[in-house]
Design a protein around this ligand. Structure first.
Ligand SMILES: NC(=O)c1ccc[n+]([C@@H]2O[C@H](COP(=O)([O-])OP(=O)(O)OC[C@H]3O[C@@H](n4cnc5c(N)ncnc54)[C@H](OP(=O)(O)O)[C@@H]3O)[C@@H](O)[C@H]2O)c1
Length: 311
């Protein structure tokens, strides 16, 4: 199938300072006609990104997804950067894993929920009028959302636990579990929320509008995702797992998965698809039965719409 014609060359990527996001930025910028807008919370972490292209093709704007004020300010900056143009795609990719005690943001939400899910969801609401017709909006998902995925279980994940939007947003998922398990549950739940939201947005969308896709990049050991783990765990994540993982199902590399991601963003893959859950091999993959619950999708969408209106 032919890719959809793109009326714009501007792609927007979050979390492009490291891991799969940095690889994705390199792939998108490999096309000399493309331009990239990224949000970075730590300008000092953006050196590798800056080396990919000059300011004529690459705009690095401040964004802390764990702050609604920063998210709103970023949306304004993107709007003025586009100067009336439209985004060809949006990769809602940034994410973090916190395995310590529950951390609430200044907005009063649990940090994993806000940085991984809510910040992106609010950004989507704000940027909807600035997305080109048919533009793919891709949320980075994860097999950890699904309790039946063996590799995720091996690492201690037991699937997302959606306990209603208000409680989930506070990180109050299972207070009887040990703190580390609660942190892993919050991560898996942020990814379950991302998939629930993709399905809800696809159902809400008008024909010809943006398309919504959840992308599971597979397990990619060696990225910065383990930065909040203990020293030993971080060492194993960067030095042992990249070798061991080759024998495990569902594992990939940031480079391999970024190529698939770029194919979705540029319309080479799934040129008209929406409401999809897709893996790093560019196959449509089943997501968990929980993610298919339309009552949860609708509740979460109402929650996001309310938060977006408040700010
Ligand atoms: N690695 C895996 O095995 C795996 C598997 C499934 C899904 N994923 C998902 O893939 C995505 C990328 O992760 P990765 O593995 O590439 O990890 P990574 O190397 O740690 O990259 C994460 C990116 O997110 C950014 N980020 C984190 N918190 C942010 C915030 N509050 N505001 C703005 N940016 C923020 C980081 O920016 P800084 O440089 O400022 O920290 C970094 O650029 C995440 O959504 C992750 O959940 C990863």
């Amino acid at each position: 199938m032919e890719p959809m014609p793109m009326s714009s060359s501007h792609h927007l990527v979050t979390g492009a300072t490291s891991g799969i996001g940095l690889e994705l930025a390199a792939r998108l910028l490999a096309d000399p006609a493309s331009r990239l807008v990224v949000g970075a919370r730590r300008p000092e972490a953006a050196a590798a990104l800056r080396a990919l292209a000059g300011p004529d093709r690459l705009a690095i704007l401040p964004l802390d997804l764990a702050s609604l004020a920063s998210t709103a300010a970023f949306a304004e900056l993107v709007r003025s950067h586009l100067a009336g143009g439209a985004l060809a795609s949006f990769a809602a990719n940034a994410g973090l894993q916190i395995t310590g005690p529950c951390r609430l943001t200044a907005d009063g939400y649990e940090e994993t929920f806000q940085a991984n899910f809510l910040g992106h969801a609010v950004l989507i609401e704000r940027l909807l009028p600035h997305l080109a017709p048919g533009a793919p909006v891709v949320l980075t998902a994860s097999g950890t959302h699904d309790p039946t995925i063996r590799t995720a279980r091996m690492f201690g994940f037991r699937g997302g636990l959606f306990v209603g939007a208000d409680r989930t947003a506070k990180g109050d998922l299972d207070s009887a579990a040990p703190p580390k398990q609660q942190g892993m549950d919050r991560y898996a739940t942020s990814k379950l929320c991302a998939i629930l939201h993709v399905y809800a947005l696809a159902r809400r969308a008008a024909a010809g509008g943006p398309r919504f896709i959840a992308f599971d990049p597979g397990l990619m050991p060696g990225t910065g995702l383990a930065r909040e783990r203990s020293g030993l765990e971080r060492w194993a994540w960067s030095n042992v797992l990249p070798v061991l993982a080759r024998a495990m199902p569902g594992t990939s590399t940031a480079r391999y998965s970024a190529t698939a991601y770029a194919d979705i963003l540029t319309g080479r893959a799934f040129p008209r698809g929406t409401g999809l859950h897709v893996d790093y091999k560019l196959a449509e993959a089943p997501s968990s039965p929980d993610s298919r619950r339309e009552d949860w999708q609708d509740e979460l969408l109402r929650f996001v719409e309310r938060v977006a209106l408040e700010r």
